[in-house]
Ligand binder design. Structure first.
Ligand code: PMT
Length: 225
């Protein structure tokens, strides 16, 4: 049994990837498995926190059994995640946005299945921007609330990756930003992760490599009083 150093803290975690419907049977989505977010929620509950976990379309088996102290709510679209996150954040001391949120959604959702017979050889999709949930959360930050975001970037050069993260930390107004490299074989869906954590002001506070649950504990170490 590890330390119960988060006893009494209320933590909201998001995990998985949002999906934006095109028609009743299709969506635009991403490859987030939910592993990193679920690992954070699980580790926080194991360390005594009262955790609300918002999960969007996670892979099978990622959340089979969950510990006491963990309440799970299922969402799918960015709009659903946004509504639940804004509501749950009102009573959270710490928010961790590990979900991969769709930046765009189809402008219209077809009522029936989109058919190639009526579309022909090319189908144009028009996408519109989704609200930035993390930015809304930091704009509405409660006194004493700590808000942690993630940055998923495909940049291979470590220095350039760090600079992208620093700019994102400032733009989003977070207290801490966890920067991870993602790609065809990194970040999304993997068992391990490599992260650099910066403050909102861009100072590097820690870096870690390991299983997603090891990464989770290193992130949570940063919020222990
Ligand atoms: O689920 P796994 O397979 O384990 O993979 C883990 C992960 C790679 C998905 C995870 O570690 C991760 O990086 N999550 C954030 C993915 C993401 O959306 O990053 P971003 O750089 O596009 O967004 C930056 C931050 O803003 C994120 O905290 C995101 O949750 C948030 N955001 C983004 C867009 C939007 N419209 N609203 C948001 O709140």
């Amino acid at each position: 049994v590890g330390p119960r150093d988060l006893t009494g803290r209320r933590i909201l975690v998001t995990a998985g990837g949002t999906r934006e419907p095109l028609d009743p049977v299709r969506f635009i989505g991403n490859r987030s498995s939910g592993r990193q977010g679920v690992a954070i929620a699980r580790a926080a509950a194991d360390r005594g926190a009262e955790v609300v976990l918002l999960v969007a379309n996670i892979d099978d088996g990622v959340l089979d059994a969950h510990p006491a102290g963990l309440t799970v709510r299922h969402v799918s679209t960015t709009a659903e995640l946004r509504e639940a996150a804004l509501q749950e954040a009102q009573s959270a001391d710490v928010v961790v946005m590990a979900a991969a949120v769709a930046d765009y959604r189809p402008e219209t959702v077809a009522e029936g299945k989109i058919k190639k017979e009526t579309q022909g050889d090319v189908l144009d999709l028009r996408l519109v921007r989704n609200p930035d949930i993390l930015k809304e959360l930091t704009s509405a930050r409660r006194d004493g609330q700590t808000i942690i975001g993630f940055a998923a970037e495909t940049e291979a050069d470590p220095d350039a990756l760090l600079e992208l993260g620093r700019a994102k930390a400032a733009r989003k107004g977070v207290d801490l930003l966890v920067i991870n490299r993602v790609g065809w074989t990194e970040g999304f869906g993997t068992e391990r992760n490599d992260v650099v954590v910066v403050t909102g002001g861009g100072d590097r506070v820690t870096e870690a490599s390991g299983s997603k649950s090891e990464i989770a504990d290193r992130i949570l170490d940063l919020i222990v009083p």
